[in-house]
Write a protein that binds this ligand. Sequence first.
Ligand code: SF4
Ligand code: SF4
Length: 242
Amino acid sequence: MCSGRVDMGFVLRAFSNGIDGVFIGACHLNECNYIAHGNYHTLNMVLLFKRIMEHMGLNPERLRIQFMSGAEANIFVESSNDFIKKIKTLGPLGNGEGINKDQLKSRLAEIAKLVPYIKVAKREKLMARLESHDQYDTYFTKEEIDTLFNEVVSYYIDPAKCQACTTCFRRCPADAIISVKGQIHIVDQEKCLKCGTCFEVCPPRFAAVTKIVGAPVPPPPPEDQRAVVRKAKEKEETVVQA
Ligand code: SF4
Ligand code: SF4
């Protein structure tokens, strides 16, 4: 019922399925029927996604939001006809921009993996309800989006520090931590949402989770080298040797 339900992932899925343009109809701003003002969230999402499209080399005009009420059939007809005309001028997705099918597929897949991270990183701006619509033109800047992608964060568990206490495993919302009793824990980078919970909850006395910004993540240790060396035991061995 609410345009606020149109998630960034839905738009991405449409483009990934070969749709040439996405048109979102939303209620007029400040005329929300449910007082939730979800249409502001949709507008913010659209403005952000248009910048992401530019970053991917796609024409941002392939995504449009139009505000209208249920009584404004004329606006719906005019704006959707105009959008269809625009998309026909732009041609098929990717072709019109000089991007081949494989490049397009891989760019869309790369962004799809980062959707949770983008939503977390831009959470406050995505939820904002600005008073002046003029601000929206510069709300998300090209430079900001470049930084967002150049500084993608990853979380890595340092094998030398992890004590297999399982705290991160129990708190991870994405089931992205490989946990085996008595073994160093591993972040499954394919499943990780980059929410940072593991970083926050790892006990300070271990401080085993590292936040990596804009750099590759080291590979996990081989399976036969994942046994945890308990800190207490390590100390004991040092004393015996001494
Ligand atoms: S960053 Fe979040 S999703 Fe990723 S492993 Fe840590 S807790 Fe799980
Ligand atoms: S919370 Fe820290 S010490 Fe405990 S299993 Fe996770 S990374 Fe290892």
